[in-house]
Design a protein around this ligand. Structure first.
Ligand code: GAL
Length: 815
């Protein structure tokens, strides 16, 4: 059904409206379409056991039995008859590295991975075996079946029913396997994975195991194959021109005649374009692609505050019956990168206020459930961050879904630059998987490739990748995180957008020499601080929580942000990093196991510089003073900082004014205060309105408090409840330096996923493997993360600590 709106054709317009209203009902009906396409989560009930990278006997005979010799003839843990009853039952996402106790090793790679004993020095901890049974009903015979792994760290081999299926090398790239031929209907089927995390891919904590979702997909032999829908929109005046490319594959054994129909729906499910239909005749084992074009009048743009999404509906029909359908979310927006005027989104000039993020979180390591990913991105958003750099690896799908929905732009990055078969394939899979996401602003073709970035080899690889990127996704541009300053020759010369990692002093000269190349700080700052600490401790590994310390290559927050604001041509930057992460304990080593770079700690608790960014990156009323008012000696000189976007601030100690100061833009205020216990209050005036905050000397811990992120979660086995723990004194004031050990008891059908407290030198367990869940507060806070099961109901978490009143919270799990 091809309908076009032509001005002046009244009758045609009338007919079109009629047809559109018909399609409206078709669209609504389509909500209930049942085709063969189904996605079944395989996250639950895996059997897991560590193997060994150097001892075949501990590796279930892998290496000494035949696993690749004849079809159906695997040995050891690969065979269906293998007894795994003594193996542990785990759900995925699962990261076995975070379950292991810390271990000191002097090697730099172990240090930069957070001193978890995984990798070449620890063969006994570096191979993991997973086994999972599943069944498929006989009625489904004739369909196609694909196993999808969103991310496994790393280098795994896969067997289904004793047959070797394939493997995946990269620890961050999604992989899928057509297992149709291997399915036994109405019988038990067995998936076996041997995962080998011996080698590292990065220089930061990476985890180990099946750390992202797994699913079994079912569809008809004539179907839209993986990544078979590509949709993007260009804004032209008050219209969006939508281009939809849909691929159909025929695996029916004979020529197939079918149709592909597509139309666009808005977020409410109302059809907003006509339906376009193409007829296809596809030979067996071939694919065909159609391009269908639409226009949306006065489209609702995707933006930071209004993340409007449209949905492309793609339907394949055969003999008049719908046999496949897919809905793909996309956004209508324009990103503009200008070498003179900087960056704009939808025509609105703005700075990129970005953060680089590694994927691990407190308690769970790299196995971050989708809901926790969402939680983290919401925290960034509240700080005023508008862009997320997936440093330095392909993100989980949930990162992109959350950014689409929350209005957060994304720089999507590959792990390593390369155009050999493996790397090119990883890059193509990344672009094809991700290109429909509204949030993605730029592709990043790598980071600090010091071996090749200034060479012609680097240039040639970058050239190949940029070309391929443009073929697969003509709607976007590419960049690269280069730590080579003024240097142009090599990778930088191929980039649409020049990414500067640090090298702030060379930026002006580079811009003068290359005035037509837009520039962004792909990475900047690397300021280091520990939440709630106010003195440097190089033995234990703590830094004061002020915007003061940075490595030689870094900049303080205030330094890079003022520099950026002063240069209209500079598009903005991505701070290293939004959250602390495991590994890279710069500038310390053991016993320090976590980074200090985060603007929030590994739990997502804000450090003080959070309020610097929030002051200048949002319109909220922000006022924050620090340090806390405990533990100083009377007469001490205390350096007090204030982060605020007020116009002026007056400081009071126990009611006595210590002076009023005007707030310089993009800066902070400081006072040296002679300590006396009591109340230190900052009173700001912002556009004539008073905003205030105070720190007070607190008394002994009296009462625990549990603060969940939500009162109710979904009983779907995936949703999580993040519960933060604090302790109050008798006067109800939060104690900012409390370090009490908290014990947790759970009643009800939920799973505790992990605990954390943001202490970069803590060696307490994230996963209390003995079931005795506990964690110390670190400077007044710790966190526990729970996951729902599939039963609706309620769980109650109780927190206790010696000499302090307990706290309990009940969370509803609803279907
Ligand atoms: C950068 C690098 C990051 C991180 C950071 C620490 O050079 O790209 O991955 O190591 O330094 O400052």
């Amino acid at each position: 059904m091809m309908i076009s709106f032509k001005k002046g054709y009244g009758l045609l317009f009338f007919i079109s409206i009629l047809l559109l209203s018909f399609q409206n009902t078709e669209a609504q009906k389509n909500g209930a379409i049942t085709t063969a396409r189904q996605t079944e989560s395989l996250n639950k009930n895996w059997k897991f056991h560590l193997g060994s990278a150097n001892n075949p006997e501990k590796d279930f005979s892998y290496g000494i039995v035949r696993n690749f010799t004849i079809a159906g003839g695997g040995g050891g843990a690969v065979t269906p008859k293998f007894d795994d009853s003594k193996w542990r039952t785990v759900n995925v996402p699962h990261d076995w590295a975070v379950e292991l106790p810390f271990e000191y090793h002097k090697h730099f790679d172990v240090q930069s991975h957070g001193y978890r004993p995984v990798g070449g020095f620890y063969p006994e901890n570096s191979v993991g075996w997973y086994r999972k049974k599943f069944s498929v009903e006989k009625e489904k015979e004739g369909q196609r079946f694909v196993l999808r792994f969103e991310g496994v760290y790393r280098d795994f081999k896969l067997w289904v029913n004793n047959n070797y299926i394939g493997g995946n090398f990269g620890g961050y790239t999604e992989s899928s396997f057509d297992i149709t031929d291997f399915i036994e209907f109405d019988k038990e089927n067995l998936i076996v994975l041997r995962v080998d995390a011996t080698q590292y891919e990065g220089w930061f904590y990476e985890g180990a195991g099946i750390y992202r979702n797994v699913a079994l997909e079912t569809f008809t032999p004539v179907h839209i194959p993986e990544y078979g829908v590509y949709v993007y929109a260009k804004v032209e005046k008050s219209q969006a021109k939508v281009v939809a490319q849909t691929t159909v594959k025929n695996q029916e054994g004979k020529i197939a005649e079918c149709t592909v129909s597509s139309y666009v729906m808005d977020a409410k499910g109302t059809q907003v374009t006509p339906t376009r239909t193409e007829k296809l005749k596809i030979k067996n084992n071939e694919t065909q692609q159609v391009e269908q074009n639409f226009s949306i009048k006065n489209p609702l743009l995707w933006g930071l505050n209004t993340p409007n999404l449209y949905r492309l509906v793609s339907i394949v029909k055969k003999d008049g019956k719908i046999i496949d359908n897919i809905e793909t979310e996309f956004g209508v927006r324009t990103f503009d990168y200008n070498a003179t005027t900087g960056f704009s989104l939808n025509g609105e000039s703005m700075k990129i206020k970005g953060m680089c993020v590694h994927q691990d979180h407190a308690g769970v390591g790299s196995a971050v459930p989708d809901a926790l990913v969402y939680y983290r991105i919401k925290l960034l958003k509240e700080m005023g961050v508008n862009a997320y750099r997936c440093s330095h690896n392909p993100p989980s799908k949930s990162v992109l879904e959350a950014c689409d929905k929350l209005g957060m732009m994304v720089m999507d990055e590959i792990r390593v630059i390369g155009t050999g078969k493996e790397n090119l394939d990883q890059f193509e899979r990344l672009v094809k998987r991700d290109r429909n996401h509204a949030s993605i602003m730029l592709w990043s073709l790598g980071n600090e490739e010091t071996g090749v970035q200034n060479t012609d080899l680097g240039r040639r690889m970058a050239h190949t990748l940029v070309q391929r990127q443009k073929e697969l996704d003509p709607s976007r541009l590419s960049t690269y995180g280069g730590n080579n300053g003024i240097n142009f020759k090599g990778i930088n010369q191929e980039m649409d957008v020049r990414g500067f990692n640090y090298h702030i002093k060379e930026l002006d000269d580079y811009h003068k020499e290359h005035p037509t190349q837009p520039i962004v700080f792909s990475e900047v700052s690397s300021m280091v601080s520990s939440r709630g600490m106010y003195a440097k401790d190089s033995i234990k590994g703590y830094l004061p929580d002020y915007d003061l310390n940075k490595p030689g290559w870094g900049q303080r927050a205030e330094e890079w942000w003022k520099f950026t604001v002063d240069r209209p041509w500079l598009m903005g930057g991505f701070v290293w990093t939004g959250f602390d992460y495991r590994g890279e304990p710069t500038p310390f080593t053991w016993p320090n196991v976590n980074s200090h770079f985060g603007i929030m700690d590994v739990c997502g608790f804000p450090k003080n510089t959070y309020y610097y960014y929030q002051s200048w990156w949002t319109d909220k009323d922000v006022i924050k003073i620090y340090p806390h008012w405990n533990g100083h000696k009377a007469g001490d000189k205390v350096n007090v900082w204030c982060n605020t976007n007020a116009d002026e601030v007056e400081l009071f100690l126990n009611g006595k004014s210590l002076g009023k100061k005007t707030m310089p833009r993009n800066s902070h205020l400081e006072w040296d205060v002679i300590y006396e216990p009591g109340k230190l209050e900052a009173v700001g005036l912002k556009n004539g309105k008073t905003i205030r905050t105070a720190v007070e000397t607190t008394s002994a811990p009296y009462q625990l408090v549990l603060t969940p992120d939500r009162q109710a979660i979904n009983a779907d086995g995936n949703d999580v409840s993040v519960i933060n723990v604090t302790v109050l004194d008798k006067q109800g004031r939060e104690i900012p330096d409390a370090m009490n050990l908290i014990q947790f008891q759970l009643k009800g059908n939920a799973t505790i996923l992990g605990v954390g407290n943001g202490d970069p030198s803590s060696h307490e367990a994230d996963k209390c493997m003995d079931g005795n869940w506990k964690r110390s507060l670190f400077n007044g806070k710790c966190q526990i993360i729970l996951q729902s099961m599939e039963q609706a109901g309620e769980f109650t978490l109780t927190a206790t600590a010696e000499g302090v009143q307990a706290a309990a919270v009940s969370i509803i799990m609803k279907k």
